[in-house]
Design a protein around this ligand. Structure first.
Ligand code: PAF
Length: 293
């Protein structure tokens, strides 16, 4: 059996779908609650749980990825989900690895794509398949995976899919750590070190608001990351929210500050929307300094 009906009203015309890989935390549950609000009392909220092999690279944590279906079903019981679809891999990929896949194009080559080649192609391929299997009117994704959210939005636009894509703000612990299923891997010491990611984003946000300019935003965030014990930075970048291309040094206005780092053995990502106020001094016109380690 691959789906469970959890009760709730009979489906009408609006179906909201939340796609997950399980190991559900409060961030996922916030997505489901928002899905309930989007679907309305007469609509249907469907949650998918599927650890998608296609989006894990060689040496990544596919086998170790936390799985807790019973716990997930219990967590979903009272947040407004009507149906859970938790297929086995042979249901999603009956012929094994699919020959035809979706490409995230340039979005899949930079930042997350550079660190995890093929990852976003694997995400888009399964998201498209799950959209066909579940036929949502609206699909909700967390803003923590900002590049994934952008890639899904572009796929929907570029491939003329009839689904609304809704980004839902990142849920954080009280101390700022972005919720992630991978936080389960963190030791107590790792968890303390991991706070450097959200601290770095806040420092970058403050520098942006202060009108210190792009270089200062990156310097403020870098200073915190580089000073944090046990944090091995993968990338830190200030990007155009619509393209994930790095903004030029003289950029002002909206931008997205993205960070990825390994803390202990766990790779974490986080991001923060910032508004770069006009710098008080000229920062030059050359491209950003390299910010990838
Ligand atoms: O964000 C996730 O959990 C996954 O990437 C998704 C969207 C469920 C696709 O496997």
């Amino acid at each position: 059996m691959t789906d469970w009906t959890l009760g709730g009203p009979a489906p009408t015309d609006r179906r909201a779908v939340v796609m997950t890989m399980g190991a559900l935390h409060a961030g996922h549950l916030a997505l489901v609650r928002r899905a309930r609000a989007e679907a309305g009392p007469g609509g249907q909220v469907l949650v998918t749980i599927f650890v998608n092999p296609l989006q894990f690279g060689q040496g990544e944590d596919l086998d170790a990825y936390p799985r807790d279906l019973e716990g997930d079903l219990a967590r979903l019981a009272d947040v407004g989900a009507d149906v859970v679809f938790a297929p086995e891999p042979d249901v999603v990929y009956p012929d094994g690895d699919p020959v035809v896949r979706v490409s995230a194009g340039r979005i899949g080559e930079v930042l997350e794509g550079a660190s995890r080649p093929g990852h976003l192609d694997g995400v888009l391929t399964v998201v498209l398949k799950l959209m066909h299997l579940t036929r949502p009117d609206v699909a909700l994704f967390g803003a923590k995976d900002a590049q994934q959210l952008l890639a899904v939005r572009r796929m929907v636009r570029d491939l003329d899919l009839e689904v609304e894509v809704l980004g839902v703000p990142t849920e954080r612990d009280a101390d700022g750590l972005a919720l992630s299923s991978r936080n389960a891997y963190l030791s107590a010491a790792d968890r303390a070190s991991a706070l450097a990611l959200s601290s770095a984003l806040r420092a970058g946000d403050a520098a942006a608001a202060a009108g210190d300019g792009v270089s200062a935003v990156l310097a403020a965030a870098s200073g915190i990351l580089d000073g944090a014990p046990g944090v091995d930075r993968d990338y830190l970048a200030l990007v155009d929210p619509d393209t994930v291309e790095e903004v030029p040094t003289g950029h002002t206005g909206p931008a997205l500050l993205l960070v990825a780092a390994r803390v202990g053995t766990t790779r974490l990502i986080d991001n923060q929307a910032v508004d770069v106020a006009a710098p008080s001094t000229e920062g030059g016109t050359a491209g950003q300094e390299a910010s990838r380690d």
